[in-house]
Ligand binder design. Structure first.
Ligand code: SF4
Length: 232
């Protein structure tokens, strides 16, 4: 029998504590933050974000006034390809100014499919990124799944993640959509706790099952103990 998502989240939250986002929840500011680091980990993005805020600023007019070399220098603490990220920031700021009058949040207030389509026109934003922005900005309580760990719920409930990323994402999204109340607060809570668990213990390769607070209810762990994981 599949373990309820609510029970899994409760056990994980009892272990990790309540989680808070470490990124800006405003849609435009999130897009800037996301390009502040590469590879785009929380730590890398925070470093680049602090540097950008401290030197140039993050509002569209501030980014548009800066030169590419100035932006590149500001983004360098965030990791690789700072010049490419500088160009992307210019693209984002230009589009927000020209297409949304400087207010992307208000521009997303129409029908959800249109909002999603608009977000996916920004660089490096596919469905998981659009889901995250829509949820955390409070535009809609979509069942967003952390893009770097869609396997977490799939492992616990089904035993072995699929090889296809999109299938794992959809399975995890369905588990949240079916069982977690359709409000922004509960769905951000689910997102954050799954993200933390995927980063800390249920890593994509070599999960640290011996230290895991949900190992006694995890189908993947049970499968490994039997010599093979089940896939349902
Ligand atoms: S027991 Fe292992 S596979 Fe299951 S949730 Fe914990 S870390 Fe992930």
């Amino acid at each position: 029998m599949r373990i309820p998502t609510t029970r899994i989240l409760e056990q994980l939250e009892a272990f990790y504590g309540k989680q808070e986002p470490c990124w800006p929840v405003d849609p435009y500011l999130f897009l800037v933050w996301w390009h502040c680091g590469y590879p785009a980990s929380d730590a890398a993005c925070m470093k680049g974000w602090a540097s950008l805020q401290g030197s140039i600023g993050v509002d569209p007019p501030q980014i548009l006034r800066a030169s590419i070399p100035e932006l590149t220098k500001a983004l360098t603490p965030g990791g690789m390809v700072p010049a490419l990220r500088a160009k992307r920031l210019k693209e984002i700021a230009t589009r927000v100014q020209e297409d949304f009058g400087g207010d992307l949040r208000r521009g997303l207030s129409g029908p959800l499919p249109q909002a999603r389509k608009a977000l996916k026109k920004f660089p490096n934003i596919a469905d998981p990124g659009a889901d995250r922005i829509l949820l955390f900005s409070g535009v809609a309580p979509v069942a967003a799944v952390p893009s770097n760990c869609p396997h977490v719920l799939v492992r616990i409930q089904r035993g072995l993640e699929r090889e296809n990323y999109g299938v794992n994402y959809r399975l995890a999204q369905q588990a949240i959509a079916d069982e977690i109340a359709g409000n922004v607060e509960e769905r951000t809570r689910a997102y954050l706790i799954l993200k933390r668990h995927g980063q800390e213990l249920c890593k994509r390769t070599k999960p640290k099952c011996d230290a895991c607070p949900v190992r006694t209810i995890c189908a993947y762990h049970a499968g490994n103990h039997r010599g093979r994981a089940s896939l349902t």
